[in-house]
Write a protein that binds this ligand. Structure first.
Ligand code: GDP
Length: 367
């Protein structure tokens, strides 16, 4: 593009190359009299916010700005990928502002799990991670479950202040905001955008009834999420769309489970016991002997053990081993963004393998 255009809606520089990046407009939009970016276009015509993602640097600037505001911060995490979607360090930036923590996608967890138990678990984890939220909520933005409760909580805690919604990409922030939009806006062009100081980013502002606004901040890319290592088609396989059905495996020492070809779980020692696997129902779990596992992977990744796909193997990162000894009862071994294995009793030694760059960790059991 030789000439530089600015969006008449939000002022961002227009680019036509990358539909996922800020300022995107299709080439055809450049022929119009007024040029508007896709994000503003959707907002204007469909009252719908769209994902935009940003660099770490821009995100830090946004966090810094949040610290200067007198506002309520609503932090959204994906309950299925709690640790992977956590925004580390948020508490250091927000100053004295209150934070509401919202766990989205509750519809994915087994219905038998009590919401209060999950909320207590989130409170515990938040504390461990250094965040002291004012309150914690669960929601399903796509199904609308508990959305009224969250809206009331926002209303109660904001105390006449602006509200900033933050979260990393894919937590369902746009879906959440669109839900709220549906609930609180009527017809017409009531949504505005404004500029985030020090960044090229623009925020979407939804007016609240007292002249204050609810602000959608762009989502940060969390590089440790599995989502960045799989093909778009496979992302559909690894991302659960409905309630996950836990799968129980009785394993002897020296047995291995493969989750597609994306992750591996070795049971090293601790006597025969059961392991409860919480993954997308579409992920194929393959059991084998530990001693043969490495060879099986080398020979069958991309076929028997897929995703990844055969044409991705050149670029797919090697699996890296993380060992865990389970001393405490009921813990999860988490494969960030992919799922987790619950171990009910102490005394097991296990190893989790994840693509280099993806996190594996041990945590207090979620379910
Ligand atoms: P954003 O990047 O945080 O703005 O996330 P999006 O709103 O674009 O959502 C990311 C993905 O999560 C999409 O595939 C949504 O359909 C899905 N999603 C959003 N909310 C929910 C939810 O409550 N439950 C489930 N199961 N999926 C959701």
């Amino acid at each position: 593009m030789s000439e530089q255009y600015a969006c008449v809606g939000c002022g961002v520089n227009i680019q036509t190359e990358n539909a996922d990046e800020i300022g995107y407009a299709p080439q055809s939009a450049l022929n119009k009299e007024t040029i508007i970016c896709q994000r503003c276009f959707r907002l204007k015509h469909y009252n719908e916010v769209q994902d935009v993602s940003l660099t770490d640097d821009d995100f830090l600037k946004i966090l810094n700005e949040l610290g200067k505001k007198d506002a309520l911060i609503v932090k959204i995490v994906d309950i299925f990928d709690f640790n992977g979607s956590w925004l580390p360090g948020l508490h250091r930036f927000v100053g004295n502002n209150k934070i509401l923590l919202v766990g989205n996608k509750v519809d994915l967890l087994p219905h038998s799990v009590k919401p209060n138990k999950l909320i207590n678990w989130m409170k515990h984890e938040a504390k461990e991670l250094g965040l002291k939220p004012e309150d914690v909520y669960l929601v399903s933005a796509s199904r609308g479950q508990f959305i009224e409760e969250v809206i009331s909580a926002i209303e109660e805690h904001r105390n006449g202040k602006d509200v900033y919604v933050v979260g990393c990409t894919n937590v369902g922030k746009s879906t959440f905001i669109n839900r709220i939009l549906k609930q609180i806006t009527g017809e017409g062009d009531i949504i505005t955008t404004s500029h985030f100081p020090g960044t090229t980013l623009d925020m979407i502002e939804i007016p609240l009834d007292d002249g204050k606004v609810l602000v959608d901040t762009p989502g940060i890319i969390n590089h440790h999420q599995m989502a960045h290592y799989v093909d778009k088609k496979d992302l559909k396989v690894i991302t659960p769309k409905k309630e996950i059905k836990p799968k129980v495996f009785q394993l002897n020492e020296g047995q291995t489970l493969f989750f597609g070809g994306l992750a591996r779980f070795d049971y090293i020692s601790g006597g025969r016991r059961s392991f409860v696997c919480h993954f997308s129902n579409e992920i194929n779990i393959h059991r084998t002997k530990l001693e043969k596992a490495t060879e099986l992977y080398e020979n069958h990744v991309g076929e028997l053990l897929s995703p990844p796909r055969p044409d991705q193997l050149d670029t797919f990162p090697e699996l890296v081993k993380h060992e865990f000894t389970v001393k405490e009862g009921k813990i999860d071994i988490v494969f960030s963004g992919l799922g987790w294995v619950t171990i009910n009793d102490p005394g097991a030694k296990v190893a989790a393998y994840v693509p280099k760059g993806v996190h594996a960790m041990k945590r207090k059991s979620l379910i």
